[in-house]
Design a protein around this ligand. Structure first.
Ligand SMILES: [Zn+2]
Length: 198
């Protein structure tokens, strides 16, 4: 995966907060409502603040986050698995939520990382405009680049609100994607162990 995909750069100058709020007012008018009515007066500023939370991942670098590793593994070389990391993301096609769970595992080679950092990496990529497929690869590649482990496995299971609340309207359908690197890709035993544990 290209470096650009792991660290998207915003090429155009970022608009001001005021410009962003104006854009929300345009969308409110597009719905057919009146942005000047009482209930909607503060909506543009709320939406812009919510966007700061939804898309906070653009401010962070996942590989930097993983840089603080512990070399003293006491010979631990079995799978490290963080199971059931809940996340909220937004699809890049409709800007509506993708809500799901990620399972992340790696097979250490000399280095381990604080467990919470794996959850943090999921959040950094989730809090951007995404497709589930790309997010799955990004999580695995960032861990692989930062830790050079013997293998990385990532499985993501999520519900896309662009499929449940619009379009084909299929609530309850979830999408499962996975990306395996190293031993998890080459060794069916390692892959089976991961899949059995998640
Ligand atoms: Zn979508």
């Amino acid at each position: 995966m290209s470096d650009k995909m792991l660290r998207p750069k915003i090429v155009e100058a970022r608009p001001s907060r005021e410009e962003a709020e104006d854009a929300v007012r345009v969308l409110l008018r597009w719905t057919g409502d009146d942005p000047k009515r009482e209930g909607l007066i503060d909506t543009p500023s709320r939406v812009v603040r919510a966007y700061e939370e939804f898309f906070a991942g653009y401010e962070s670098d996942a590989e930097d986050e993983l840089r603080r590793t512990f070399e003293e593994t006491e010979g631990y070389d079995e799978m490290v698995l963080l199971r059931g990391i809940g996340f909220e993301s937004h699809c890049e096609h409709h800007m509506v939520p993708i809500i799901g769970t990620a399972h992340v595992a790696y097979l250490p080679r000399n280095k381990v990382v604080g467990i919470s950092k794996l959850a943090r990496v999921v959040d950094i990529f989730a809090k951007r405009l995404q497709t589930q497929e790309i997010m799955t690869v990004q999580i695995a590649e960032a861990i692989n680049n930062a830790l050079s482990p013997r293998g990385v496995a990532v499985l993501v299971d999520a519900e896309h609100q662009c499929m449940t609340t619009r379009g084909i309207h299929k609530p309850g359908v979830s999408t499962v994607t996975s990306h395996m690197i190293g031993a998890f890709r080459e060794n069916p035993e390692a892959r089976r162990e991961f899949l059995a544990m998640v």
